[in-house]
Design a protein around this ligand. Structure first.
Ligand code: G3P
Ligand code: MG
Length: 247
């Protein structure tokens, strides 16, 4: 039902390094994490970049947007200074070398398909087709990345492009028809904001046969409670507080 690690570093390295950067992956490794979640969006020229926000301004300088900028220009942007001067050299990673780094270092990936507005289908298709190319001969299904998204459209496109890759549907709070949506998309797991989860809802997800992943859990007591409810995976920003072998 959930064949992957329990503890997962949010956006590469949580709050220990600038999000969605190679420095974040290095920080995760230093903390013993070999499982990460990160976000992939398409540039103007249709290349995957590792970014959470569709618009510049928070993690990179400027006032442009990912969908209106070519990948080579996005890859020049400073993705570290917002976090601290020590990270001023960090750049926005392109998806392929970022995923290759993970694969090469034995880091399991939950790749969140994060479409810029209006680009759901293209982003889902791109991520799935690219992952398929990156893992052409993988016979161990537990090593394949899990493709998640809040966008049903993106997940449907991912399924069409690579039906055999595992998928996950993400929600804030679970809507009444969560199970129908999850079955329709053929997902392996359901990802929820832990703040909206209850023991009864957790039990319902597990009883329906889905994996259950909670984000973003930064308090050890809360993480312990969620695990006692049957939650399978905890996505955390506090890889410094919650060790990779937390249980
Ligand atoms: O996939 C878990 C989590 O990353 C979803 O929220 O906004 O951090 O991408 P967000
Ligand atoms: Mg995410």
């Amino acid at each position: 039902m959930w064949p992957y690690p329990t503890m997962i570093a949010h956006r590469g390295g949580g709050t220990t390094a600038p999000e969605n950067t190679l420095a974040a992956l290095a920080a995760g490794l230093r903390h013993g994490y070999h499982a990460v979640e990160f976000d992939v969006m398409l540039s103007r020229d249709g290349i995957g970049v590792v970014m959470h926000d569709p618009d510049f301004g928070r993690t990179v300088p400027g006032s442009g947007s990912v969908a209106a900028t070519d990948a080579t220009d996005i890859a020049q942007l400073d993705a570290g200074s917002w976090f601290g001067p020590d990270y001023a050299g960090e750049r926005v990673p392109l998806f392929v070398p970022f995923a290759e780094f993970c694969k090469g270092h034995g880091i399991w990936m939950n790749i969140e398909i994060k479409p810029a507005p209006g680009h759901d289908e293209a982003t889902g298709r791109y991520v799935a087709a690219t992952v398929k190319q990156l893992f052409p001969l993988e016979s161990d299904a537990t090593k394949l990345p899990l493709l998640s998204s809040f966008s049903a459209t993106a997940l449907a496109a991912a399924r069409a492009a690579a039906p055999d890759l595992p998928r996950a549907l993400a929600f804030g709070a679970l809507p009444d028809d969560w199970e129908g949506q999850a079955r329709e998309l053929g997902v392996l797991s359901v990802h929820v904001d832990h703040a909206h989860l209850t023991p009864a809802l957790a039990q319902a997800v597990k009883a329906a046969g889905f994996g259950l992943f909670c984000y973003t859990v930064n308090d050890p007591e809360r993480a312990r409670a969620l695990l006692s409810w049957g939650v399978d995976a905890i996505c955390t920003d506090r890889i410094d507080l919650l060790p990779a072998d937390f249980n």
